[in-house]
Ligand binder design. Structure first.
Ligand code: NAG
Ligand code: NAG
Ligand code: NAG
Ligand code: NAG
Length: 613
């Protein structure tokens, strides 16, 4: 069965079938609900066995784009009878707006055609022998269960509403609270975003250097910092912090932010205007800056009643090298101080969300937003991060060319933290050991040069990403030179191999973003320890990866890998501080849903209770 992706086999429009004699049947005039009538009719046919089933799509001819009913292809039961050749189809009548399933009905194929045209004037479409193995064409929910707002111009950012066509169904649904919170954030952003009246007013304060006075719009400025994987993780973290604190998120352009990501909010940009007054100071912001919060604490200028009034802006240094004072950002007392500061400017290279879950004043809100803890990045990422059209072109062209036709796609993301570029034998050994042990790839047959092709001819595509091409070549050759013991056909592909990581170069980052995205479209994923690239892929894809342990001393670790507890990224530099007791504490032991990471013993990640190992 081919993967279901796009509406390539979209049925012809009803008008194509106008001459069909069946659709000339008279109106139904009896008072009976046509659905009911159909049901009764079908009831009489119960008991016939099902040989196979087929997919059909019915359209409401009165409205050209609303899909009214979808017949699901599903083999319900196979019980061949003498001389009969009968198939039932399960028909789901689906609400055209919110895709709610209204009815299930089972039909014989010839009857569905007849009945649908008699009762509904629905032309019956697409029941060809060739179509039998076709998967179901369910109308996909391009708004992701209400996560995305409607109303964007689709062509300016194709990925926003098309991504759903390339992904499996969302395994999780966003909470209604998250949806309503996002809608109210959008209202806030529209009211306070760049060049609005409120923005201009708050900006005046900043320019005049006055002490802060209460403002109806407060801002969080995200500084573009570090590699692309890190930037994506910090962007999600900053956005969640902005939502929790009713701030408007503004994004520094950096070298290529607008080149990589579409605008996520309708109408008003999320980009920090290039005429923003203090951008010239951004480069000099560090832990010693006057406005750095940690430094302000050291100098004792964080206001109390006798002290100083709050500054118009504060710089938050949340980079991995931050110190104990900077880390007090994660304490409630300090959070209450920030409430008075209209402009917070944040620099980070870490996914700091796990520690937000340990701040008591955010706890309830976060529980309401994310009843399933491991879906935080998944939803934030899917909401916020839409590849621009050039990146989307890289994603979709590659997908169509190499991955779409496979029965299964395995992603393998290799990142080697070594002073030399590699490739290394021990890393290859580790990849093979992990994928074979965990049954992600079939073993090869050393003895037979050819496997009888009548066997299992399932195809598996392996998508590899690595700075080096060595691992890809070795794996590809392995499956070229030998058949697999299962008879599966393995194709190995790697989009790019750039040799070394370049942090800010346009095409390099476009490709890196496309590769993360492609990995997120796989069915199963193997990632490297410590890699933010892998975290982004697993999070966006809703995938719990197999994590390759970090090799020590250039030897393949044993065991080579383990399954992740959750799809959440790991916070690499969390604080270990109990704000109430003012003492050190193991923050990975405080609550069941914030635990140490699989790939970094001191890191923190969100997991769901049940998944705890
Ligand atoms: C779908 O829409 C219909 C009509 O607007 C409504 O009655 C139904 O409750 C909706 N279902 C869901 C799950 O929102
Ligand atoms: C805000 O200021 C900008 C430039 O200073 C100006 O173009 C814009 O019209 C102002 N917005 C409002 C709502 O006054
Ligand atoms: C304000 O700060 C000063 C100097 O650090 C301290 O002596 C005083 O107790 C503080 N006042 C309050 C109300 O916290
Ligand atoms: C790594 O190898 C060196 C020398 O071969 C040895 O001294 C060291 O203990 C090894 N370290 C680990 C973590 O195995």
């Amino acid at each position: 069965m081919k993967r279901l992706n796009r509406n390539t086999n979209d049925p012809p429009q009803p008008s194509d079938r106008e001459n069909d004699t069946l659709s000339r049947a008279p109106d139904v005039k009896c008072g009976m609900n046509p659905i009911k009538l159909m049901g009764i009719f079908v009831f009489c046919l119960m008991g016939l066995s099902v040989l196979f089933s087929i997919s059909v799509i019915l359209r409401d001819p009165s409205s050209s784009d609303s899909l009214w009913a979808v017949a699901e292809a599903r083999v319900l039961e196979v019980k061949p009878q003498k001389g009969t050749f009968v198939a039932f189809k399960r028909v789901m009548i689906i609400h055209p707006i919110n895709s709610t399933t209204l009815y299930f009905l089972d039909f014989l194929p010839s009857l569905i055609s007849l009945l649908s045209s008699i009762l509904f004037h629905w032309p019956f479409i697409g029941l060809e022998e060739d179509d039998f193995p076709q998967p179901v064409e369910v109308p996909k929910d391009k708004l992701l269960g209400g996560l995305l707002p409607a109303g964007f111009d689709e062509r300016s950012c194709l990925s926003r509403y098309q991504s759903v066509l390339y992904r499996k169904e969302l395994p999780h649904k966003p909470s209604s609270y998250l949806i309503s919170k996002l809608r109210s954030y959008e209202v806030l952003h529209k009211r306070c975003g760049p060049h609005t009246e409120s923005y201009n007013k708050t900006l005046e304060q900043l320019q005049s250097g006055q002490r802060a006075s209460p403002s109806d719009c407060n801002y969080l400025v995200w500084m573009s910092f570090s590699g692309l994987g890190n930037r994506i993780l910090t962007l999600a973290s900053a956005f969640l912090y902005a939502v929790l604190t009713n701030r408007v998120l503004l994004v520094e352009r950096g070298v290529d932010m607008p080149d990589l990501f579409c605008e996520p909010f309708l109408g008003v940009s999320w980009l920090l205007p290039s005429d923003f007054p203090i951008t010239d100071q951004f480069n000099s912001f560090d832990q010693k800056s006057l406005h750095c919060y940690g430094n302000m604490l050291k100098k004792n200028i964080v206001g109390n009643s006798t002290g100083f009034a709050p500054l118009p802006f504060v710089y938050l240094h949340l980079v991995h090298d931050y110190d104990d004072q900077d880390k007090l950002f994660f304490c409630d007392q300090d959070q209450s101080y920030f409430q008075k500061i209209p402009w917070l400017i944040m620099k980070s290279d870490n996914y700091f969300i796990p520690s937000l879950f340990l701040i008591p004043s955010f706890e309830q809100e976060l529980n309401n937003l994310f009843p399933e803890k491991e879906t935080v990045f998944y939803f934030l990422g899917r909401y916020l991060l839409h590849p621009t059209n050039p990146v989307w072109g890289l994603v979709t062209r590659y997908y169509e060319a190499y991955l779409a036709k496979a029965d299964e796609i395995l992603g393998i993301q290799i990142r080697v933290f070594d002073t030399e570029p590699g490739p290394f034998q021990h890393v290859l050994d580790q990849i093979l050991a992990c994928t074979m042990k965990e049954n992600l790839l079939p073993k090869i047959n050393q003895n037979e040069p050819i496997i009888d092709p009548s066997g299992n001819q399932k195809t598996k595509a392996v998508l590899m990403t690595s700075l080096s091409s060595g691992y890809f070549e070795k794996l590809r050759d392995l499956y070229w030179e030998h058949p697999t013991v299962t008879g599966e056909v393995i194709g190995v592909y790697q989009p790019s191999h750039e040799g070394y990581q370049q942090t800010e170069k346009q095409m390099h980052n476009r490709k890196a973003w496309a590769e993360m995205y492609l990995l997120s479209l796989t069915d199963k994923l193997v990632t490297s320890s410590w890699s933010t690239f892998g975290y982004v892929a697993q999070g966006l894809g809703g995938l719990k990866p197999w994590i390759l342990y970090k090799p020590e001393n250039r030897t393949a670790p044993n065991p080579p890998c383990r399954r992740a507890m959750s799809m959440e990224p790991c916070f690499h530099a969390p604080p270990f501080y109990d704000c109430k007791r003012k003492a050190g504490v193991d923050t990975g032991e405080l609550v069941p849903h914030v635990r140490h990471c699989e790939d970094m013993s001191w890191g923190l990640k969100l997991i769901d209770h049940e998944n705890e190992l």
